[in-house]
Design a protein around this ligand. Structure first.
Ligand code: CAA
Length: 258
């Protein structure tokens, strides 16, 4: 299927979505969010796709929600449309692992979109920020909540109140991104990570994702309880038998997703 605002391709077991509104630095218009949701639906339904990569251009992952589209909205427009909730949250509902490959600007909704993914790999030119306060508004796609969980209160306050940008190095030091790679290597490195994950058992990878995400939604005791239940459940799978047998027999496992 062809989209207006994104490019979609598959490479082996990996589905790649590239945000593609270069003239607007990939500003996240409602059309783009619709396209993104449709592409995610298609990759989720495609059994050949095991991991999804979300990326932008070298200059911008995304410079935020589309300010030109938002500028004239009234409170009632925003409220009645349920602006942001519908569409954007689709990313967080993905059951397959999703990696954000971020080069250039990831600002406002762009930073929030990256944080909705399961991990962020940053190019060395990446810049993150929640500059909404400069526009007389505030983060509306989870920035005050997810950024605080990623980097803690003091730095989240710093970012959201000053509207400043942080570079890739600072983002790595404070735990917002998991790895930094040279810009020229971003695609190759992210594909290697995606392929590594794609070679695992998909249902087990999905269970891991669910369990890690549970850490954000519950108390520690409930999270540990949830983890233990899912851990025990993995013993009902063929892939656990295969993985452990392969280890003992000193060979690579051959997972069947069962
Ligand atoms: N929405 C709409 N258009 C945008 C945009 C955005 N978020 N960001 C950039 N653009 C457009 C610019 O208007 C410009 O278009 P024109 O050529 O038609 O004028 C084009 O992209 C290139 O931008 P610049 O000329 O500004 O490029 P630059 O290299 O000088 O600056 C920048 C880059 C620092 C990222 C700057 O564009 C910028 O500050 N953008 C806005 C960032 C921002 O405030 N994001 C938060 C948006 S609000 C939000 O996201 C709410 C939420 O939580 C959901």
């Amino acid at each position: 299927m062809a989209y207006d605002t994104i490019l979609v391709e598959t490479s082996g077991k990996v589905g790649v979505i590239t945000l593609n509104r270069p003239k607007a630095l990939n500003a996240l218009s409602s059309g783009l969010i619709r396209d993104l949701g449709a592409a995610l639906d298609a990759f989720e339904a495609n059994p050949d796709v095991r991991v999804i990569v979300l990326t932008g251009s070298e200059k911008a992952f995304a410079a935020g929600a589309d300010i030109k589209e938002m500028a004239g909205k009234s409170y009632m427009d925003a409220y009645l449309e349920d602006f942001i909730t519908l569409g954007w949250e689709r990313v967080t509902k993905c059951r397959k692992p999703v990696i954000a490959a971020v080069a250039g600007f990831a600002l406002g909704g762009g930073c929030e979109l990256a944080m909705m993914c399961d991990m962020i790999i940053a190019a060395d030119n990446a810049k993150f920020g929640q500059p909404e306060i400069n526009l007389g508004t505030m983060p509306g796609a989870g920035g005050t909540q997810r950024l605080t969980r990623f980097v803690g209160k003091s730095k989240a306050m710093d970012m959201c109140l000053t509207g400043r940008m942080m570079d890739a190095d600072e983002a790595w030091k404070c735990g917002l991104v998991s790895r930094i790679v040279p810009l020229d290597d971003l695609r190759d490195e992210v594909m290697k990570i995606a392929e590594t994950i794609a070679d695992k058992s998909l249902p087990i990878a999905m269970m891991v994702k669910e369990a890690v995400n549970t850490a954000y939604e519950t108390t520690l005791a409930q999270g540990i309880h949830y983890e233990r239940r899912v851990f025990h459940a993995t013993f009902a799978t063929d892939d656990q038998k295969e993985g452990m047998t392969a280890f003992i027999e000193k060979r690579q496992p051959s997972f069947t997703d069962r």
